[in-house]
Design a protein around this ligand. Structure first.
Ligand code: CAA
Length: 255
C-alpha cells in the first residue's frame, strides 16, 4: 500500500508511503479517497494529520505515469483525481497537514485540502505544472486562489516557482513554521488538542466556513444559523454550558 491510516490519541494519520518522492500515481490517488472515507467513518478518528514521512510530503502526481496518457485518457481520469482530493478536503473533522521537504503540484494541492498547514523550515511548496505544459489539476487553481488570493496564486501557477517556508508563511500558504525534525510531532499535538473538542460542533464550524465561502452572505448565514440551532440538540452543548456555569470557562469535557 502506498498510503495508510495510523490511529493514536484520537488522531488518524494519513501517511503517504511511496518513496522516494511520494509521487501520487493513480493507485495512490484512489487510496487517498479510501483513507479519507475511513477517517470520516471511524469514531476513534476525531482529527486527522496528513504526512509524507521524514523527507518529503509529496512531489506531485506521477509524471512518468501521466506521460503515457492522452487527452481521452485524462478526460476519463481527471474527475476521479479531483474527487480523491475533494474527499480529503471534505473529511468532516479537523485536518492538519505536516508539510516537509517538497510539496509540489499534487503534493501542494493535497496540503491545500487540509484545514491547517504546519510546515517544516526546509519546506518547498509550489505548483510547477506550468513547467510541464500543464496547469494544476487536483484543485490547485481553485483552492490556492481561495487561500492566498488570485494574484499570489497566479504568480505561483504562472511561474511554477518554489516557495520556501518564510514566504509561504508570509502569504498565508502555511500557518506555522517549525524545525523540520518536529513537524509531525507538532502537527499531531495540534490535531490531538482539537480531537478533545466537541466533534459535532467542530464539524458544524468546518462545514459552515467551507460551504459559506462558496456562496453569498445570506446563504452562508442561513447555513450558520441552521447548524447553530442544531447544536442545541447535542449533549456536548449541554455539557459545555453546564461546565461554564458551574466551573467557569474552558473546562468542559466533551463526549
Ligand atoms: N512523478 C514521478 N516521478 C518523480 C516525481 C513525480 N512528480 N518527482 C520526482 N520523481 C522521481 C524522479 O524522476 C527520480 O526518479 P529516478 O530516481 O528514477 O530518476 C526520483 O523521483 C528522485 O527525484 P530527483 O532525482 O528529481 O530528486 P531531486 O532531489 O533532484 O529533485 C524534485 C526533487 C524537485 C521534487 C524534482 O524531482 C521535481 O521537480 N519533481 C517533479 C515536481 C513536479 O513537477 N510536480 C508536479 C507534477 S504534475 C501534477 O502534480 C499535476 C496535478 O496537479 C495533479
Amino acid at each position: 500500500m502506498t498510503a495508510h491510516l495510523e490511529v493514536a490519541e484520537g488522531v488518524g494519520t494519513i501517511r503517504l508511503d511511496r518513496p522516494p518522492m511520494n509521487a501520487l500515481d493513480i493507485a495512490t490517488q484512489d487510496r487517498l479517497k479510501e483513507l479519507a472515507a475511513e477517517a470520516t467513518r471511524r469514531d476513534d478518528v476525531r482529527a486527522v494529520v496528513i504526512y509524507g514521512g521524514e523527507k518529503v510530503f509529496a512531489a506531485g502526481a506521477d509524471i512518468k505515469e501521466m506521460q503515457a496518457m492522452d487527452h481521452a485518457a485524462m478526460i476519463a481520469r481527471s474527475g476521479a483525481l479531483q474527487e480523491s482530493f475533494t474527499a480529503v478536503a471534505r473529511i468532516p473533522k479537523p485536518v492538519v497537514a505536516a508539510v516537509n521537504g517538497y510539496a509540489l503540484g499534487g503534493g501542494c494541492e493535497l496540503a491545500l485540502c487540509a484545514d491547517f498547514r504546519i510546515a517544516a523550515d526546509n519546506v518547498k511548496l509550489g505548483q510547477p505544472e506550468i513547467l510541464l505544459g500543464l496547469i494544476p489539476g487536483a484543485g490547485g487553481t481553485q483552492r490556492l486562489a481561495r487561500l492566498v488570493g488570485p494574484s499570489k496564486a497566479k504568480d505561483l501557477i504562472f511561474t511554477g516557482r518554489q516557495v520556501k517556508a518564510e514566504e509561504a508563511l508570509a502569504i498565508g500558504l502555511v500557518d506555522r513554521v517549525v524545525p523540520a525534525a518536529e513537524v509531525y510531532e507538532q502537527a499531531h499535538a495540534w490535531a490531538a488538542r482539537l480531537a478533545q473538542g466537541p466533534a459535532i460542533a467542530l464539524r458544524a464550524a468546518k462545514e459552515s466556513i467551507d460551504a459559506g465561502l462558496e456562496t453569498d452572505l445570506d446563504t452562508g448565514l442561513a447555513i450558520e444559523r441552521t447548524w447553530f440551532a442544531g447544536l442545541f440538540a447535542t449533549e456536548d452543548r449541554q455539557r459545555g454550558m453546564r461546565s461554564f456555569v458551574e466551573e467557569g470557562p474552558g473546562k468542559a469535557k466533551f463526549v
